[in-house]
Design a protein around this ligand. Structure first.
Ligand code: DHK
Length: 157
C-alpha cells in the first residue's frame, strides 16, 4: 500500500466485552465493530492495521515486543492497565515506535484513580472521550504523524 508497516491496534482488559460492558460509558459498539471501523479508515488512508487484545498484562507486553520489528506504530487502549502498568510503559519504550493512547471514555471526568496514566509518558498523542470514534481519530493521527503531516506532540521534537 504505502511502504509503511501495519499499525498495531492493541486493546487491554475488559475491552473484549465492549457492547455489553457499561454501554452508558463505553458505548454500544463491539470490539469487532471498532476493528471494522479502524480497518475501513486505515484502508481509505492507504495503510494496514493489525489487532490484538488481551486481558493479561504479560500477553500485552509480548505483543508490544513483537511489534518492535513488525509495526510502524501502536494505537493502544490499555484499559485499566493505563493507570497501573509500569510493565506496559517499559514495553512501549523499548518498542521505539510512535504510540497513541486511546480511551473510549474521558478518564479525567471519572474517578480520580483514572486520572493518572503511565502510558501518556510515552504517547505522541492521546484521544479520549469519543467512544469508538476515538480509535478512528487515533488512526488518522497516527497516519498523519507517520507521514509527517502533523507535528509530533513532544517538546523535544
Ligand atoms: C477503558 C478502561 O477499561 C478503563 O479501565 C479506563 C478506558 C478507561 C476507556 O475509556 O476506554 O479507565
Amino acid at each position: 500500500m504505502t511502504g509503511l508497516r501495519p499499525i498495531l491496534v492493541l486493546n487491554g482488559p475488559n475491552l473484549n466485552m465492549l457492547g455489553v460492558r457499561e454501554p452508558h460509558i463505553y458505548g454500544h459498539h463491539t470490539l469487532g465493530d471498532v476493528e471494522d471501523m479502524c480497518r475501513e479508515r486505515a484502508a481509505a488512508l492507504g495503510v494496514e492495521v493489525t489487532f490484538g487484545q488481551s486481558n493479561y498484562e504479560g500477553e500485552l507486553v509480548g505483543m508490544i515486543q513483537q511489534a518492535r520489528d513488525g509495526a510502524s506504530g501502536i494505537v493502544i487502549n490499555p484499559g485499566a492497565y493505563t493507570h497501573t502498568s509500569v510493565a506496559i510503559y517499559d514495553a512501549l519504550k523499548l518498542a521505539e515506535l510512535p504510540v497513541i493512547e486511546v480511551h473510549l471514555s474521558n478518564p479525567h471526568r471519572r474517578e480520580e484513580f483514572r486520572h493518572h496514566s503511565y502510558i501518556s509518558l510515552v504517547a505522541e498523542g492521546i484521544v479520549a472521550g469519543f467512544g469508538a470514534r476515538s480509535f478512528v481519530m487515533a488512526i488518522e493521527g497516527m497516519v498523519g504523524y507517520l507521514r509527517r503531516q502533523v507535528p509530533a506532540g513532544g517538546p523535544g521534537d
